[in-house]
Design a protein around this ligand. Structure first.
Ligand code: AP5
Ligand code: MG
Length: 214
């Protein structure tokens, strides 16, 4: 099964994609995580992307399309994948259709995570992740069971993203409204778009996604 989780910054795409990966064995393909890994490695793509990401703008379609095409060609994606953060523009949505067509694959569901924009800044500025395994947490909404220790791997170091500040969030939301929201009608017209309540608690959102998939 291949699906897209679609929603603005902080909607919970990464949180739900990781749950689906753990529980259903689908592969999470987060373009944001891929770009952050490229920045960390100091590769040419990473160098190009860093300033754009720090400003909250979108990295070029060419780079993103090539990155996803390369990734979905890897054998682990045969099990099915969850696109988290891609596509984000009409050009990316069309390129995705073309590449899936070439590979004989299809999209089973596009799940819109509907959220109230007012809640997103609080979600984003409170977010942090385990430096060792990448598990996601939040200062108020998703604390580790034992303070300062990762539930998943026992790690004690955590990191926050460079773009997770209130000012950059404004630009990221604007990019979502102008460039990403217009792709919703594209998927609605194809009959694959479903919506879940992204304002519900994390487990309830997961339950609603499960209902769409079954
Ligand atoms: P990316 O990493 O994709 O960031 P984003 O879209 O801004 O989304 P986030 O990761 O911030 O939010 P999320 O929906 O994953 O929320 P999360 O689950 O963490 O992209 C970063 C940058 O890379 C972009 O700005 C762009 O520059 C570039 N980029 C990436 N892809 C690109 C593309 N295709 N084209 C061009 N450029 C691209 O949840 C947030 C917090 O809320 C967490 O702390 C979580 O614990 C908490 N939370 C989650 N769900 C709930 C809930 N239901 N209730 C309460 N709290 C919750
Ligand atoms: Mg994310």
């Amino acid at each position: 099964m291949n699906l897209i989780l679609l929603g603005p910054p902080g909607a919970g795409k990464g949180t739900q994609a990781r749950k689906l990966q753990d529980e259903r064995g689908l592969i999470q393909l987060s373009t944001g995580d891929m770009l952050r890994a490229a920045v960390k490695s100091g590769s040419e793509i990473g160098r190009k992307a860093k300033a754009v990401m720090d400003a909250g703008k979108l990295v070029s379609d060419d780079i993103m399309i090539a990155m996803i095409e390369e990734r979905i060609s890897q054998p682990d994606c045969d099990k099915g994948f969850i696109l988290d953060g891609f596509p984000r523009t009409e050009a990316q949505a069309q390129a995705l259709d073309a590449m899936l067509g070439r590979k004989g694959l299809k999209l089973d569901h596009v799940i819109e995570m509907a959220v109230d924009e007012k809640a997103l800044t609080e979600r984003i500025v409170g977010r942090y992740t385990c430096a060792k395994c990448g598990a996601g947490y939040h200062d108020s909404f998703q604390k580790p069971k034992v303070a300062g220790i990762c539930d998943v791997c026992g790690g004690k170091e955590f990191t926050r993203r460079a773009d997770d500040n209130a000012e950059t969030v404004r630009t990221r939301l604007e990019a979502y409204r102008k460039q990403t929201q217009p792709i919703l009608p594209y998927y609605r017209a194809k009959g694959v778009l479903k919506s879940v309540d992204g304002m519900a608690e994390i487990d309830e959102v997961a339950r609603q996604i499960g209902a769409v998939l079954s």
